[in-house]
Design a protein around this ligand. Structure first.
Ligand SMILES: [Zn+2]
Length: 478
């Protein structure tokens, strides 16, 4: 019971505690979240800065702090966030995103959530099952970025980058002194590496003569590619995210709190903390050719923005155009790089229009048990999910700003939502490139024709409602 001090006390004063949490988020934000009168200190005042006494600050066997901290408040004794100014040009003035709950760092947090996006849950499992030593400190020797990207002026514009940390790849090195002096656990949220990749379709592209190996970008007759890859975990600057969606910050914070099962009470109690690492998937950039050319205005850029579709991308389902468009995007990106420009494919973990695979398969069933007509395509999803799409492209252009991209010569996408989001962020798109007819699987006509009628780009024919009704997919029996 001793270890549950705060929880036990909270029971006794639960009315006050709950009242504090239950006040409207707008009020919390404007009032500056005064802590309840008897909020206990988060940790002994001396914990964290030096080496804390294990009995006071942490239980070395479990790796947990000795009190369960249900939430924290600004100005609470022991709370001392590392300074952070989102959008500041000087990295030291900007400050490091600090989110770890390690005993040495918990008082210094200036961000809510956890590292790793959706994988943060596996981190918790690894600690709980004692697979992971809670005192493990990452050794970042030789993990430096394999290519230089930036810095770009966009990195210091808090309207342009709101959903990733522009300094995320530099953390262990830029903030080395802070890590040492303050004894804090800071980790990268971006990593940059180099690799070769091999796709069976590209071997065919070489065989058919569409792609010619040059020994640099496309290495050989098996279509092997040289690629620079960037993995990015989400880091949200909440005022900026709210602004992109045209909502107020309090509404955003309240909704995130409620619909993650109350997982992050600091969204409500810590209005002083503006950064949140959400438990969602991130993105990967695949860059073909010299990475420096992505941001060079004189170099042509071909770009595909691709949202995850595991069934097609990996497992070859023919019900949609996802893998064909992904491969087409890679092939066109490679050609642009071979022509002296730059080719980029960005892959977002937003499975099934960010509705997930369960919803997606329910929709497939409803389609195939019905008549699977293109005219009913979006209605099927709306009936089940309530919306056509939850990918919300509003945050997507951040990665383009981060890469220093200021214009797109060839956009390898037909999506009007992606187009509008990018152009809305001030990045012009000079040409839109459709997926050629010959790349479209027969059963995916329902999807692509429905999308074209709904506003997807085409230089060809946009079907009328009657024509759309005649487009039908395969049934289960066929
Ligand atoms: Zn798909």
């Amino acid at each position: 019971m001793e270890k549950l001090g705060l929880a036990a006390r909270a029971k006794g004063s639960s009315a006050a505690e709950i009242e504090q949490v239950a006040v409207s988020s707008a009020a919390v934000l404007s009032s500056g979240s005064a802590p309840p009168a008897q909020t206990p200190p988060i940790l002994p005042a001396d914990a964290g800065t030096q080496s804390p006494a294990p009995s006071a600050a942490s239980d070395s066997k479990s790796g947990f702090t000795s009190r369960i901290i249900l939430t924290t408040y600004p100005n609470q004794i022991g709370i001392n966030p590392l300074p952070m100014e989102w959008g500041a040009a000087d990295p030291l003035q900007r400050g490091p995103v600090t989110v770890s709950r390690a005993p040495s760092t918990i008082r210094r947090r200036n961000a809510i959530g956890a590292h790793g996006g959706s994988y943060s849950i596996y981190y918790a499992l690894a600690l709980a099952s004692k697979e992971l030593d809670p005192d493990h400190k990452p050794d970042f020797t030789n993990t430096e970025p394999a290519a230089d990207i930036g810095p770009f002026p966009q990195w210091a514009d808090k309207k342009k980058i709101v959903s990733m940390d522009p300094l995320g790849h530099l953390v262990p090195w830029t903030f080395k002194d802070i890590i040492q002096k303050e004894n804090v656990d800071l980790r990268p949220t971006i990593a940059i590496t180099k690799a070769h990749m091999k796709l069976p379709e590209l071997e065919e592209s070489v065989r058919s003569g569409r792609l010619v190996p040059d020994g640099k970008v496309c290495l050989n007759s098996s279509g092997e590619l040289n690629v620079t890859k960037v993995a990015v975990e989400p880091v949200w600057y909440l005022p900026g995210v709210a602004e992109r969606f045209g909502i107020d910050e309090g509404t955003l914070r309240r909704s995130l709190f409620e619909h993650t099962g109350g997982m992050y009470p600091e969204l409500i109690t810590r209005s002083d903390i503006k950064v949140f690492l959400p438990p969602i998937g991130g993105l990967t950039v695949y860059c073909f050719g010299d990475p420096a050319k992505m941001s060079a205005p004189e170099s042509k850029l071909a770009l595909r923005i691709h949202d995850e579709c595991n069934g097609s991308d990996v497992f070859g389902s023919d019900i949609c155009t996802c893998r064909p468009y992904l491969i087409f995007g890679i092939e066109e990106a490679v050609k642009e790089a071979q022509n002296g420009g730059s080719g980029v494919v960005i892959y977002f973990r937003k499975e099934g229009r960010a509705l997930g695979e369960v919803t997606k398969y329910l929709v497939y069933n409803a389609r195939k048990r019905g008549e699977d007509r293109a005219s009913d395509y979006f209605k099927r999803t709306e009936n089940i999910a309530g919306v056509k799409d939850m990918r919300f492209q509003a945050l997507m252009p951040d990665i383009l700003h981060w890469l220093g991209i200021t214009k797109i010569d060839r956009m390898l996408s037909m999506s009007n939502m992606k187009h509008d989001a990018i152009v809305g962020q001030g990045i012009p798109i000079l040409e839109r490139v459709e997926l050629p007819e010959s790349w479209i699987p027969a059963d995916s006509r329902v999807e692509i024709d429905a999308k074209i009628t709904a506003g997807y780009f085409t230089a060809g024919h946009r079907m009328t409602a009657e024509e759309l009704e005649a487009v039908q997919g395969r049934t289960w029996e066929e």
